[in-house]
Write a protein that binds this ligand. Structure first.
Ligand code: SF4
Length: 387
């Protein structure tokens, strides 16, 4: 049976507050029965509170509504994120006065409060789940939808997969992209050729290993898989391969499954706001121009269904190429706009495929519009003389 995903479009018909996104969030909270479900629960509202001077994270107006709903339902809410984003969160408007609830670093100020989970995957043996997350009895996964340089996009999965783990685990998750070999030094012993490979990348994605000059290192975040380096690299020396790019997405799915396993069934909901959709994630500490039109707000009990729905609905939008930073390059116009921006091997749909395989939910969903945008029919325009 398809999972329900509640949706409120960013579009409105009339110029009335009740047709805007915060009001549609209220409708989604009602449809998800948040107030009825949180009585006596310790509710972690996991969001990204941004960094530095970024201003496109979920606006406090939305967060406060969620905090308020939890309080009205008899729950004990707190807002949480990784410590280095919580430091300075007040400067971006995320203070207890504005939100109505405290903002805590998920694993403590020094990231020393966490629980270890053993689950081997590539270079990772143990995963460190932030203590405040595991101690909570109910999770509201509040995500901002945006692009991401490692995997194409970030929303519900990425918000908890990275944001509920300690820094050591987050680093190790990024390192999964390097686990499978992609550089074979034995097939390129010539230093001059290695320098030509490095020089050919316009995105500075290939660098020499500091300690071993015959080893090249690929910064996958910067690579858009344009293939220029492969035209210079001797056969068999360099691979630009899906296995490396998809590893991060699989790590995100595994991480999310570990986080969700710390909550009893029915004790997690997911809300994703797809507005001011930037090319890269909110960790960058600044806000770039939006690369897609605002899409709307989504809510579901099913993390797979909500990310699938976010991707499907946003796929109808055109990539706003004139808004993309000029250092970025679009060389394919196939597939999802996030894939067009970050390259064909950063297919944003991989994370929901892995998530479904892990039994976290269903890619089949029913999109339920909580307030469909009314279409107005008008009589033909008459002729009004200029004078
Ligand atoms: S594929 Fe393109 S972006 Fe990636 S490392 Fe090679 S030259 Fe650089």
């Amino acid at each position: 049976m398809p999972s329900p995903v509640y949706f409120g479009s960013a579009r409105q018909c009339r110029l009335e507050a009740k047709e805007t996104l915060p009001a549609k969030l209220d409708l989604i909270l009602e449809r998800l029965r948040v107030r009825e479900r949180v009585k006596d629960e310790i509710v972690a509202i996991k969001m990204h509170v941004g960094n530095n001077i970024g201003y496109s994270t979920v606006h406090p107006v939305f967060v406060r509504k969620i905090v308020q709903a939890v309080k009205e339902g008899g729950g004990k809410p707190f807002v949480t994120d990784v410590h280095w984003d919580v430091n300075g969160a007040e400067e971006r408007g995320y203070s207890s006065e504005k939100l109505g609830g405290h903002v805590y670093p998920a694993a403590g100020l020094g990231e020393k409060y966490f629980y270890t989970h053993t689950r081997p995957f590539k270079n990772i043996q143990e995963w460190g789940v932030a203590g405040m997350i595991q101690d909570a009895t109910f999770l509201i996964n509040l995500a901002h939808v945006k692009g991401h340089p490692s995997c194409g996009f970030g929303a519900a999965f990425k918000n908890i997969a990275l944001g509920c783990m300690i820094g050591k685990t987050r680093s190790a998750m990024h390192d999964t992209m390097h686990y499978d070999r992609y550089w074979f030094a034995e097939n390129c012993p010539d230093a001059e050729t290695r320098q030509r490979i490095i020089a050919t990348c316009p995105h500075k994605a290939i660098v020499e290993d500091k300690n071993k000059p015959d080893e090249l290192h690929l910064h996958f975040e910067q690579c858009n898989q344009c293939g220029r380096c492969l035209q210079v690299a001797p056969p068999g020396s360099l691979k630009i391969d899906p296995v490396n790019f998809h590893a991060f997405q699989e790590a995100c799915a595994i991480s999310a499954s570990i986080v969700l396993s710390t909550f009893a069934p029915g004790k997690a909901i997911h809300i994703s706001l797809a507005t001011h959709i930037t090319p890269v994630c909110d960790c960058f500490g600044f806000t770039s121009m939006p690369i897609l039109r605002d899409v709307g707000i989504f809510g579901s009990d099913d993390i797979v269904a909500i990310d699938q729905a976010v991707l499907d609905v946003s796929a109808r939008e055109r990539l706003i190429e004139e808004n993309i930073p000029t250092s970025m390059e679009v060389h394919t116009r196939e597939g999802h706009p996030f894939r067009q921006l970050h390259g064909p091997l950063k297919d944003p749909y991989k994370v929901v495929e892995y998530g479904e395989q892990l039994g976290l939910g269903s890619r089949a969903y029913e999109l339920i519009d909580v307030l469909p945008v009314e279409e107005i029919t008008r009589a033909p325009i008459g002729y009004v003389p200029a004078q």
